[in-house]
Design a protein around this ligand. Sequence first.
Ligand code: PLP
Length: 400
Amino acid sequence: MPQLSSLLDRFQPSAIAQIFSHATRLRETGKELWSFSTGEPDFDTPDHIRAAAKRAIDEGDTHYTPTDGRSALKEAVQGKFQRDNDLDYSVEQIVIGMGAKPLLTNAIQAVVDQGDEVILTTPCWPSHVGMTMMAGGQPIRIETGSETGFKMSPEMLEAVITSRTRLVLLCSPSNPTGAVYSAQELEGLAAVFRKHPQIWILTDDLYEHILFDDMSFATIAQVAPDLKDRVLTVNGVSKGYAMTGWRIGYAGGPDPWIRGIQKIFSQTNGGPCSISQAAATEALNGPQDFLRDWAQVYQSRRDLALSYLGDCPGLTCAPPAGAFYLLPNCSSLLGKTTPQGQTLQDSSQLADHLLNDWGIVVVPGAGFDCGPYFRISVATSEEVIKGGLERLVKACSSLS
Ligand code: PLP
């Protein structure tokens, strides 16, 4: 048989996708499930955005667009960066991708060479690691925990920088920890970046609009304008506007980085969907007030979930400041035995036990490059949170 490429050996498949397909198979057999694994809003895309897409179809807006997106959406992104982030990008400094995920992949490829070091904190969104490895980069993990609020300090960052460091990835609010860097904390990191001019900075701001307890959003190019020429600010409509299926992400950044991404796009994509671009333009230009209302809904679900987690023997959970995930620490449950007689060695075995014996779907820490944790998404109804987490309390109590 012909050989597959060595690229495939460089990275692991997504553990989240594996859990998802296992849970889907169980659901197909008729098993009742309480799912906390989804990584997308359970809201529908608002009507005014859908109407813009319908108009685009009716007006025959069904042809190729420029591979890095059309001007109308770039102008909407430009306005968004000014309005929400005090960031001035020219339209030429903006690219539109087919979702943030492929855009991030190409953005990393544009600056990372074989063997370059890419710094990120763990627990992290595993695709940041996978994308780095596909680009030939070497992920350098700064392990964080609840004691540092799942964030790196300037000292932690400085300690891992070497002459091979090419890129630092920031993600705030974070998937899966919900950690959010304040403007002051970002200023601390900026002071380190200033000392190392060979480093690019990529910030993944996808969860910008999902913030709790009056936390305000800050992004590195905004708090350190002198670094703007080294920062790619990546965002998208998926999480904030409940538009995961529309596949539109965008970025603003310095000319050489943007030109590099455009060059890759020119050979690898046919331009983001024209109808989705019409919808995303409306999302960014239209009313923004519902974003705050949705954040309130996520916050009350977070609080509800935390109240149940507080009753789960063996679990501790730091309240997240943003995004729609909670990341309980389950280290005290490891080594315990299930009613079926299995001794749980790690969070993956715990997640399997919760799924197979209790119908509760969570994503284990292995899915996020971390140890004794599992992720719960509250992008689901109160009913599921109550029913599922009541079972979780019982499941944890039944371990001996
Ligand atoms: N960035 C983070 C941190 C995410 O969690 C996700 C999706 O889960 C993405 C990017 C992907 O966004 P998109 O749906 O626009 O590709």
